[in-house]
Design a protein around this ligand. Sequence first.
Ligand code: MN
Length: 258
Amino acid sequence: MALEKYQRKRDFSKTSEPAGGEGQESKDQPRFVIQKHRAKRLHYDLRLEMEGVLRSWAIPKGPSLNPDDKRLAIQVEDHPLEYADFEGIIPEGEYGAGKVIVWDQGTYECIGEETDPVKAWKTGKLDMRLHGQKLKGMWLLIKLKGRQDNQWLFFKKKDEYSDLQTEITEEAPESVLSGLEVDEIEAEASPAWHSRVHRLLEELQIPSREIKGQVRPMLATLVTKVPEGSHWIYELKYDGIRALAVKKKTSFSFTLAA
Ligand code: MN
């Protein structure tokens, strides 16, 4: 049971973190994610998809584009695949209490002698190419010998993406999902998109209005024949969720329909 340790540490009636077991394995290249986690101490969590879970390392200082900055990475318990999209607040008193954003995400491939991620991990050397939004190119994750079992180093290999000047964690502190910085994650554990939509709506300067009764989003109706007549027009039907937002004073309320 790969996730037993993860699940034992958490009370899912209290934390909004995923319990696990429903995530889909990636079909093509495996995923990687780096979460920025303001717990008791700020750190970054590197997670690599393998064996149906996210194998995880806590990196106190976060990644650096400078090949000379070899960052300590402490391997921690495997996390469920669904954790890759988790942003929110882990409540006070719970394991890892604090705020979490998805700082970077993408896919990775092992490019060293061992191209199978599980085998590479077992040898203690992951020679990788990252295809992230912030981290790209060649990276190494190497297990330290003769130290505690869980201590690794994570660092950039010299290539066209290495950079001695840019402090990537400072230049790009925000979430790649919501655009929020870790301290902007709101107290009421609203999903990340909520805050982002809220911000975009604010920018539109929509007037505040009182709406009487319930308004539902208009949904597409499936028919077998194209309707005739000049009063019909056609447009592409987008799949997904329709949302109506109503602004009342300064707050928005949403009605969603699938
Ligand atoms: Mn963490």
